[in-house]
Design a protein around this ligand. Structure first.
Ligand SMILES: [Zn+2]
Ligand SMILES: [Zn+2]
Length: 400
């Protein structure tokens, strides 16, 4: 038997040994859902578990209260491979995005890889990345870590996400927000309208103009524009002197996204000019789109497929239309990264729902998490055993 095959066998056994413990982590998080930036119970549980299993835990990473990096060092210097945990819940629907399973799988994969790696050189990291759903001061913590250079010191990053199918290599959309604050002049709406400047009219014009951009959008760049008028006056008999639009602009193409953000901003400026109002614009980049790393995707995919689960061909996944945005995109812009998704519910089950939260605790959901944990752990040890895999991933990263 080859060394790698033996190691993968050891990984599987190590995951099986933790089975009940991982179910316990999933259940505890499910029963104690915490919003982003407030995941203190989850943080305590996960770091405690990793410490007990011999990991060295650096807590409150970069001052983010619920972020951590847990490290297991092998024999000697070598590559650093990371598995990412998320553990924030959603208001009203608890773990409606299934991050309880992401946390359990990351901890389980890290521990299994650390036990199986034996004499191998290098480091296995379990990185706790809070507030993926964007809540609170730690919102998009992976971006904060990216800005601090954390991912530049990692050779590969992998993770899983619960879903309604099995696959590896989905794209995601980069996202910017554009806030438009229009300022006008109040006046009596009937007696002295000529003295007023209607900020709501400027906002309405900007809202319409922004939507008109869609026709000329590049269809291959998956442009999405969504917005609301969040403030539009206080009383109908007063001409509003303040109106606010909040827009989200998304695309799978980073450069094109920036171009479109400028066009959205231009709509606001044009509308303000037309109505004689003033506008203040706040453009903010939230998450980057995912940069796919095909060599890494192939390794992770194979470690799922070898377990016999019905994986969608990764060649197909990478062609698929990206639906959402995630701060994992920012990780992928800094280092080779690959995400996977595990089937915990039937197709058609909505994301961010009670149904998905409940699916995370069914037998199907928990067993899917175990399969995913094994695939992640096998990938970690494969990358440490076969440095050429990492070299390919790095070369691909550098050339794309
Ligand atoms: Zn979500
Ligand atoms: Zn999620």
């Amino acid at each position: 038997m080859s060394e790698l095959k033996e190691l993968k066998g050891a990984v599987e056994r190590a995951v099986e040994e933790q089975r009940e413990r991982l179910f316990g982590i999933s259940r505890y998080l499910y029963e104690n859902p915490e919003l982003g930036s407030e995941e203190f119970k989850a943080y305590g549980l996960l770091t405690g578990e990793l410490e007990r299993q011999g990991f060295e835990v650096e807590g409150e990473l970069y001052g983010i209260p619920t972020a951590f990096c847990a490290t297991h060092r092998g024999r000697g210097k070598g590559p650093r491979v990371a598995v990412l945990a998320e553990y924030d819940a959603l208001p009203g629907v608890g773990h409606g995005c299934g991050h309880n399973l992401i946390a359990a799988s990351a901890v389980g994969a890290g521990i299994a890889a650390s036990k199986a790696m034996g004499d191998l050189a290098g480091e296995v990291l379990v990185v706790g990345t809070p507030a993926e759903e964007g809540h609170g001061p730690s919102a998009g913590s992976k971006v904060i870590m990216a800005d601090k250079g954390f991912w530049d010191g990692v050779d590969a990053a992998i993770m899983l996400h619960p879903s309604t199918s099995w696959g590896v290599g989905n794209k995601s959309l980069g996202i910017w927000t554009v806030k438009m604050e229009f300022k006008g002049q109040t006046s009596h709406a009937a007696a002295s309208p000529q003295e007023g400047v209607n900020a709501l009219n400027a906002a309405t014009l900007a809202y319409v103009a922004t939507h008109m951009l869609r026709q000329e959008a590049r269809r291959d760049a998956n442009l999405v524009i969504h917005g609301i008028i969040s403030e539009g006056g206080l009383a109908s008999n007063i001409i509003p002197d303040r109106a606010v639009c909040d827009f989200g602009v998304r695309s799978s193409d980073e450069g094109y996204l920036e171009e479109m953000v400028e066009k959205v901003a231009r709509c606001a400026e044009g509308a303000a000019l037309a109505m004689g109002a003033k506008v203040e614009l706040t453009k903010r980049k939230l998450y980057s789109s995912k940069k796919l790393n095909l060599p890494l995707i192939e390794v992770l995919w194979r470690n799922y497929a070898e377990q016999g689960v019905p994986m969608k061909d990764w060649n197909e996944s990478i062609q698929g239309m990206p639906m959402a945005s995630t701060d994992f995109g920012d990780v992928s812009q800094r280092t080779p990264a690959a995400g996977s998704h595990i089937k915990i519910a039937e197709p058609g089950t909505p994301g961010h729902s009670r149904q998905l939260a409940e699916a995370s605790m069914t037998e199907e959901g928990l067993e899917a998490m175990i399969v995913g944990t094994k695939a992640l752990a096998m990938t970690l040890v494969e990358l440490l055993t076969e440095p050429e895999r990492l070299k390919e991933a790095r070369e691909y990263f550098d050339s794309h």
